[in-house]
Every structure is written in C-alpha cells, then in structure tokens.
Design a protein around this ligand. Sequence first.
Ligand code: PRT
Ligand code: ZN
Length: 283
Amino acid sequence: MLRIAIQSKGRLNEESIGMLREIGILVDESKRKYLSKADNFPIEILYLRDDDIPGVVASGSADLGIVGLNEVEEKGFPVKIEERLGFGGCRISLAIPKAEAYEGPSWFEGKTIATSYPAILGRFLAEKGITARVVSITGSVEVTPAAGIADAIFDIVSSGSTLVANNLREVEKVFFSEAVLISNGSLSDEQESILEEIRFRLESARASRDKKYLLMNIPESSVEEAVRILPSLKSPTVLPLAEKGWCSLHSVVDTALLWEKVRALKKIGAEGILVLDVNKIIP
Ligand code: PRT
Ligand code: ZN
C-alpha cells in the first residue's frame, strides 16, 4: 500500500485527481474524506493543504505527494522529485508599481518586498547581493504596494492579469514551477514496485498526449509512398479493403506534423481520413 498526499481543494486538486484517473487509479470523490482508498489500486489518498504536503512526505506520514515545485523549494524538506507532471505551471516573480522605472535588480536595494515565499526570495536577493526587507504574508500579496505595506511583491504569476489589475509590472521571473510527484526516497520494495507501476503508466499517458491516430483509405498503388510519408511506431498497418485496388491504412503521427502529413496523403489519393485521439501508448 502507498499513501499519496494531494491538495484537498485549490488549483491542483482537480488536476491531481484527473492525473490519477488518467493512469487508471479511480478516486471516488463522492466518498472523499481526509483519507480514502482508491477502488482498484493499492493506494490511499490523503487530502491536505498544499503547504503541508512536503513536510508530511518528508516525515513519512505519506509516501508520495503531488504538489507545486514552488512549495517543495520554499519548504526545503528533503524529498525526492520523482516526476514533473506538466500541470499547475506558474512562475514566482518580482513585481513593482507600473509607473516605476526599472533598470535591474538593484532597484530592490533597501526596499520592502511582500511575499509568501521568503526562502526562495532570500536566496535570489543573496545571489544578487541585494539587501531588502522581506515581509512574509500568506495571502493577498498583490494588494500590499497599494496598501502602503510594501514597495514591491514577490508572488506567483500565471496569466499576469492579477498584476495588471493591481497596477503592478513583472520585472524579474525568478522561479519556474509546475506540479511534481514527490517521495521521501525510503520506500519498501513492495512500495517501490507500486511507484514503478505509476511511473510506467505516467510515461504511457505522456507518450500518447502529443500523438494522433490516423485511419484512411488509400489506392494500393500509393501504399509505398504513404509508408514513406508516415514513419510510425513500427511501420503503418495496411489492410485490404473489399473494394479491389484499395487498402485501409492505420498509423500514429505526431500532432505537430498532423496537417502536413494529411496534405501529403491527400495528394497521393488518400480518402476518408479519420483522425483520432490516442488514449495510451504502451511500448
Ligand atoms: O488551501 P491551500 O493552502 O491548499 O491552497 P493555496 O491557496 O495555498 O494554493 P492554490 O490552490 O492557490 O495554488 C496551489 C498551487 O497551484 C500553487 O502552489 C502553485 O504551484 C500552483 N499555481 C499555478 C498557482 C497559480 N498557478 C496561480 N496563478 N498558485 C496560485 N496562483 C495565484 C497567485 O497567487 C496570484 O494570486 O493566482 C494569482 C495569479 O494568477 P494570474 O493568472 O492572474 O497571473
Ligand atoms: Zn497553500
């Protein structure tokens, strides 16, 4: 059995549950309690505030956690980053009042900066040799300059609209974050094999994300050319059709190349092209 801590509510909650579902671990949300068991996998879900997840994993009260890399970095607990999960992307940036001129980090010398990330900010300031006063605040950091509490802020930015709404300007992007899977690095052999299964499934899900499945009818005389256009996982699958002289051709292509391939295939006579999402790719 493995215990995994995820955010109970907030920005990472839904996507954490969605990620577990994507790899076939079903969490019954209607039964959601502080701790609940997955229906079909040897895993227990522990619902926590994101701030508590790195510490709970480091202490061994949970074996794994899904949390923002920003929280891991800020808290500084000795946890192991097992996987980057590709959601919850954001950055932590320094922002100043819009009207201020800015020529570089020395702007912050002697200034007061409000933040929920004093450790990450402290390291940045030390690296740049800047002395500033850091005010730790847990919420609504973006209103502190207008309220006269701070000259600048160091806060999470995603679209940037919160900064714009508060007449602030992002001047230094300091730390880039996304959701990560963490462990305490001391799992039993049985737990290690469950984690290995999770990693394997994550990899299959990831591999499928930027692929499309293509199905089409193509004249027999064009098959050789189509195989050249469509280098696939192996080679494309070619099946004869009832109608003489025609085949059905199946292949997997990179999403980025989809339209280029479709155009080339139509040119050599492909018809009835179907494009399908790929659910999993299991090597
Ligand atoms: O209650 P709990 O403590 O669990 O949650 P929380 O309120 O501390 O965190 P929550 O749910 O807001 O965020 C959880 C995690 O999501 C963060 O630790 C980040 O890793 C990640 N994340 C991704 C974000 C954002 N994007 C984000 N935009 N966390 C916060 N924001 C906030 C930010 O603080 C600012 O107020 O959104 C605002 C900025 O957004 P934009 O789009 O206007 O730039
Ligand atoms: Zn939090």
